[in-house]
Design a protein around this ligand. Structure first.
Ligand code: ADP
Length: 411
């Protein structure tokens, strides 16, 4: 048997999924959350068995990987015969700048590149690297590979990724749009094309990844041609706690007129803005904001409408740059679970302009939209000019596919 292990080492958690080839069936998945605290727990689920969870007070990423390796090596719980059967580990890495265009084998040069881009992803790249180092020790027999969040967007044309700043800032400091969530957008577009029975090369697709972090991507002929996140994941949509697009002059105003230090402003834009800051109910969770709005909280209502408006605006802009649209796809915790959001984005929302301000040509099957499930669900009605699809995010499956392809190519 051959297995691919996918590792996502984040700032306070390590998630893992083990896939058996050639079916790419997920045999076990789980995570260690709250690393570095007494409350850290290891949770996992294999096959159709009930989920399991045990206390696992690990101090750091390397220790967490050792505990995951011990679980996988466990004959009864791990789902594999021997550790030798894990032929590759696919690591999710956040930032590869403009130098990485697809999945890669981890070499000393790749590690150096991940270290170099830590400056632009200080919460993620160092943790991704710790995960790679630890897996190199624990799964020494396996090929270590990396799939970067930025890679899918490496195809963006210059006119989409340039900011209107002095050219030297781009050339000398790398200040440009990079985009994130690439693995999720790539997966959503691929699954949508497969569902439609069309080749990606024939399609113009807009993928909306709406979760705690949110972004919209224009995918033309299977390639990202623009995306809403930018130099960092702060740009674009209104998110859970991130502000998304604002006039940069606000930063100067807060600094020079309100006397806030830069570190405080950065904290405010990243962690105190978005739905959290607008609604002011002490939660950035979309379900809490929806519940507060339904209960009559007007700020929560304003936050939701601002969120919907921004998503609609990006869809309109991306339809325009691609000269039309062949499919609209929703994914991510909010995009795949909230029928209200899909309705508001596609059909308009109260107070959002014209009463029937649908996205041009779109028509939803309201019942299908409310009850959709499965790996790809169509929620549009027959008269819609283009399909509207719901694809549950599965970045791990996409990483496993890319790693399988990479290793087969190089075999
Ligand atoms: P992350 O960006 O951290 O991966 P997710 O993609 O898991 O996050 O999305 C988390 C968001 O999804 C939360 O704001 C949560 O409230 C929202 N969410 C999950 N289920 C629902 C639902 N049924 N309706 C609306 N929002 C939901």
């Amino acid at each position: 048997m051959i297995f691919i292990l996918v590792i996502n080492a984040g700032s306070s958690s390590v998630k893992f999924s083990l896939f058996r080839l050639p079916e790419k069936e997920r045999v076990i998945q789980g995570s260690i959350e709250r690393i570095g605290t007494e409350a850290a727990r290891l949770s996992w689920q294999s096959g159709s068995a009930l989920p399991w969870s045990v206390p696992c007070p690990v101090a750091e990423t390397g220790e967490a990987i050792s505990r995951i390796a011990a679980l996988l090596k466990d004959k009864e719980r791990g789902g594999i015969g021997s550790i030798e059967e894990i032929k590759a580990v696919g690591h999710r890495v956040v930032h590869g700048g403009d130098e990485i265009h697809g999945p890669v084998r981890v070499t000393d040069q790749i590690k150096e590149l991940i270290r170099r881009y830590s400056e632009l992803a200080p919460l993620h790249n160092p943790m991704n690297l710790l995960g790679i180092e630890a897996c190199g020790r624990e799964f020494a027999q396996a090929v270590q590979t990396a799939v970067f969040d930025t890679a899918f967007h490496a195809t963006m044309p210059e006119h989409a990724f340039l900011y209107g700043l002095p050219w030297e800032l781009y050339q000398d400091c790398g200040i440009r749009k990079y985009g994130f969530h690439g693995t999720s957008h790539c997966y959503a577009a691929r699954i949508a094309a497969r569902h439609l029975g069309r080749r990606p090369e024939e399609l113009r697709i807009i993928t909306c990844h709406l979760g705690n972090g949110s972004s919209v991507t224009a995918v033309e002929k299977g390639l990202s041609v623009d995306t809403s996140m930018g130099f960092t994941p702060l740009e674009g949509l209104i998110m859970g706690t991130r502000c998304g697009d604002i006039d940069p002059a606000v930063i100067h105003y807060l600094y020079s007129r309100k006397g806030l230090p830069m570190s405080r402003i950065y904290e405010l834009l990243n962690n105190e803005g978005g739905l959290l800051g607008l609604a002011g109910i002490g939660s950035s969770d979309f379900r809490d904001i929806e519940a507060a709005s339904l209960a009559g909280n007007s700020r929560a209502g304003s936050a939701l409408r601002a969120f919907f408006h921004r998503v609609r605006k990006y869809i309109g802009a991306y339809s325009a740059i691609m000269g039309g649209l062949d499919a609209l796809v929703f994914t991510g915790g909010i995009g795949e679970n909230s029928s209200t959001v899909r309705e508001a984005v596609c059909l308009g929302f109260e107070g959002g302009g014209m009463a029937d301000a649908c996205l041009p040509g779109v028509s939803l099957d309201l019942e299908a939209n409310r009850s959709c499930s499965g790996p790809c669900a169509a929620v549009h009605s027959p008269e819609s000019l283009y399909p509207v699809l719901v694809v549950p995010a599965d970045e791990e499956a996409e990483i496993a596919s890319q790693v399988e392809e990479l290793l087969r190519l190089r075999a």
